[in-house]
Design a protein around this ligand. Structure first.
Ligand code: NAD
Length: 349
């Protein structure tokens, strides 16, 4: 049972990868949660995992946020919503290069509709899932919140820049909606129980699920896109952040919104752990914790990939009181546990 006196939070994309882990963190911190997810890249099976972990069955509304009337109806039926975390979006960089229209359509229209619905029902607090991809090929590393945004390298990244611009513009008006923009670096790993994890319906393109799917035999082999970049081993550099650390940053960001009346409009926070790991180093970390040799090949560079990016998370640490705790090894261990569980090879206790 959810705590009926708790603040009610709407999580869009609640059945997706980061959404489902954040739902767990919110419930564990005493919030009541409802979700909206149209299952374009998920199904409702994670609701069982969330229930096993928290003891709470979360209600998800199967609504497409591009449908304004249905989105408003959710708010009308839940007039006690006090905050929204907006995860719902299409997120594959290569797919966005092939299908830009569906990315612009889904990611911008869903945000606009959500804001309209919040506005109608006087819901003030919004957290927006942004991405380090808004920095493009950043000129300085590590990236701080004031590092200039460069040209987006994909239509997906451009939809995140547009979402941010929209919320910044809104913040300059007398709109009552206050927003926080969280720029994630590379979310990875799974809940330590192995009961929820990353299981996209669409083909996984993020590195860690590609690694674990290869190790379990779902893919014959995997490709490392480029080993001739100017990095320490020639492969791209990323800042892998455990999904439970990331989830907790959302809870902290909500608490920050609730306890600070005056915040800068559309305030930005970088969420990474501040350490760059190369793609080849990540593969070797997986091989070490799993004891599996990975069948990977070196291929050409991939369109839309930035060369190297990692965060300076000092602002989130000091202003949100957030502390990331998981290492790359723990990321790999939990992702592997989740992958084995989906194959019935691991039983959580
Ligand atoms: P995900 O695909 O696992 O989850 C997104 C969920 O939103 C899915 O369950 C999908 O069904 C739902 N959804 C999409 N469009 C919808 C719509 N119009 N109406 C209702 N539901 C809809 O993705 P994720 O990895 O959990 O990412 C969450 C957010 O974080 C996204 O906005 C993504 O762009 C952003 N982000 C993700 C990463 C990453 O590597 N995973 C990195 C940076 C930013």
């Amino acid at each position: 049972m959810q705590n009926q006196n708790a603040k009610k939070i709407l999580v869009t994309g609640a059945c997706g990868y980061i959404g489902s882990h954040t739902v767990v963190d919110l419930i564990n911190n005493g919030y009541e949660v409802i979700g909206i997810d149209n299952f374009v890249n998920s199904d409702d099976s994670c609701l069982n995992g969330i229930e096993e972990i928290t003891g709470v069955r979360v209600k998800n509304y199967e609504v497409d946020l591009c449908d304004l009337a249905s989105t408003k109806a959710v708010f009308e039926q839940n007039q006690d919503i006090v905050g929204v975390i907006h995860f719902a979006a299409l997120k594959s960089v290569p797919e966005s290069v092939l299908q830009p229209l569906s990315y612009y359509h889904n990611n911008t229209e869903s945000l606009i509709n959500l804001i309209e619905a919040m506005d109608c029902l006087n819901v003030r607090n919004l957290i927006f899932s942004s991405s380090c991809s808004v920095y493009g090929n950043a000129e300085e590393l590590p990236v701080t919140e004031s590092t200039p945004m460069k040209e987006a390298q994909s239509p997906y990244a451009r939809t995140k820049q547009i979402g941010e611009d929209l919320l910044r513009d809104l913040g300059q008006t007398d709109s009552k909606i206050r927003s926080i923009l969280l720029r994630y670096f590379n979310p990875a790993g799974a809940h330590p129980s192995g009961l929820i994890g990353e299981s996209p319906l669409n083909t996984a393109t993020s590195l860690v699920p590609v690694i674990t799917e290869t190790a379990i035999g779902k893919r014959e082999s995997m490709m490392v896109y480029g080993d001739d970049y100017i990095t320490r081993d020639g492969s791209c550099v990323r800042d892998f952040i455990h999904v439970m650390d990331l989830a907790n940053a959302h809870t902290k960001a909500l608490q920050y919104l609730f306890s600070n009346e005056e915040i800068p409009p559309a305030e930005i926070f970088n969420l990474g752990i501040g350490t760059g790991v190369t793609v080849l180093e990540a593969i070797h970390a997986f091989e070490e914790v799993s004891g599996q040799k990975l069948n990977y090949k070196i291929g050409p560079r991939r369109e839309g990939d930035v060369i190297a990016i990692y965060a300076n998370p000092a602002k989130a640490i000091s202003k949100l009181g957030w502390t990331p705790t998981f290492t790359i090894e723990e990321i790999m261990r939990s992702a592997w546990r989740w992958q084995m569980r989906t194959k019935g090879l691991y039983e959580s206790s």
